[in-house]
Design a binder for this molecule. Structure first.
Ligand SMILES: [Zn+2]
Ligand SMILES: [Zn+2]
Length: 422
């Protein structure tokens, strides 16, 4: 018989192996703890939606919608898309279930995989994971500061705050951005010859995106471009000043970066990013902003909103390799069938005491001890025929080799006492 060829993962998609999931669980657990301490509640959303939702919710002319979506027809011929981001889905749910009748702001978070057909590279995958936060129905600038402060609090809890930089900006609103857009486009048109081809294509369609260009050749022109902060209307200026005042009150360090416009069309006023210099080109760990008007554009009430997304892959990369995760406290080694039968309910009782145990299958003692060593469990419990007759078990400390006998019926309690730290 010929050996069948093994099937591998799809390009740009990866498995998260047990050695890594420890870090993932830590990030997720800290996020839940920090967010819930701020009054945010979890919402779980479907992984695919009607394609139309993303076209309307993200913007027809964005790279995501034009080039990066996993779109397919299901068997009924409907066009569906694997979600490339979470905000549109979350707002769809907010509208669909009438969550806007709840006391505002409605504070929500969600976590899970997103899908974009991008060129795979280090730290970037076609199935990637985000933690998303959205606070809906409130325009007060203190909410902007709350959301940004909560994001930084999560990074502080993960021990990463010192290695990250927070940048904030205001990109204006419908009252002041159109005029700025015109001024910027006029400036860029004058110097179109000095821009990269991609930026030249953006001058008419979306000149603000030029400010995002990372190509070195475009930087001198971007540095001299008019600043959005000088073009803000009084309302946007006051909002931004108050956001900064509250961030100062929270004791947060940040830099105002007037070139930071974020890639999505729907942002207004406050935008922010958390950056690292440690991951090369993939330097943004998290980012977000205000999107007043988007809920209405999706057919909902005229509620403002603000949120952010965290790239979980990048956060776990920064956390680096840590311990391999929780190990069982003991391997129970029965020598023979009678001992195995006796140990099974005792193992279950120990687990109910909160102790992690594994049961071996009554094979040779030497082999099982070697396995315990490779697993790295701190203790083994050996029950042979002699021990069984005497209602005893032998407890061995793997590090010191010290052994003592314990009554078999006391095994769950004895293991529980060992499992308690200190
Ligand atoms: Zn460029
Ligand atoms: Zn404005």
């Amino acid at each position: 018989m010929t050996q069948p060829r093994p099937i591998r993962t799809v390009r740009g998609v990866r498995d998260i192996l047990p050695g890594e999931t420890v870090r993932w669980q830590r990030v997720e657990a800290e996020a839940r703890r920090v967010f819930e301490a701020h009054g945010y509640r979890e919402i779980r959303l479907p992984l695919f939606e009607r394609t139309e939702l993303f076209a309307r919710g993200i913007g027809e002319t964005t790279d995501i919608v034009e080039k990066e979506m996993y779109t397919f027809q299901d068997r009924s011929g409907e066009s569906l898309t694997l979600r490339p981001e979470a905000t549109a889905s979350l707002l769809r749910a907010y509208i669909e279930h009438g969550l806007h009748v709840q006391p505002k702001p409605v504070r929500l978070y969600t976590l899970g995989p997103m899908f974009r057909y991008e060129r795979p590279q280090a730290g970037r995958y076609r199935q990637f994971h985000q933690i998303n936060v959205e606070a809906l129905g409130e325009a007060h600038p203190a909410l902007d500061a709350e959301v940004i402060g909560m994001l930084m609090e999560l990074f502080r809890a993960l021990g990463l705050a010192e290695r990250l930089a927070l940048q904030v900006n205001s990109i204006g609103d419908e009252a002041c951005r159109p005029a700025f857009r015109e001024r910027l486009a006029a400036y860029l048109r004058e110097h179109a010859g000095e821009l990269c081809p991609e930026c030249r294509g953006r001058i008419e369609r979306n000149p603000l995106r030029v400010l995002d260009c990372k190509r070195p050749g475009c930087q001198p022109l971007i540095d001299k471009a008019p600043s959005i902060l000088e073009a803000l209307c009084p309302g946007c200026r006051e909002h931004f000043e108050r956001v900064r005042g509250y961030l100062d009150a929270l004791g947060l360090a940040y830099r105002v970066n007037p070139r930071m416009v974020r890639g999505l069309d729907y942002y207004v006023r406050t935008t922010f990013e958390v950056l690292t210099e440690e991951l090369g080109a993939q330097n943004a760990l998290a980012g977000g902003g205000r999107y007043d008007g988007l809920i209405q554009a999706l057919g909902g009430p005229p509620d403002p909103g603000i949120g952010f997304a965290i790239g979980v892959e990048r956060v776990t990369l920064l956390l680096g390799a840590g311990p391999d995760g929780p190990l069982p406290t003991a391997l129970l080694i029965p020598l023979g069938e009678a001992a195995l039968t006796a140990l099974l309910p005792l193992a279950q009782a120990a687990r109910r005491h909160g102790v992690g145990v594994e049961v071996a299958y009554g094979r040779k003692l030497r082999g099982e001890l070697e396995r315990a060593h490779r697993l790295g469990v701190p203790y083994v419990v050996i029950v042979g025929e002699d021990e069984l007759r005497a209602d005893r078990a032998t407890l061995r400390d793997m590090a010191s080799g010290a052994q003592r006998a314990i009554p078999l019926d006391r095994l769950p309690e004895e293991l529980a006492a060992l499992g308690r730290p200190g």
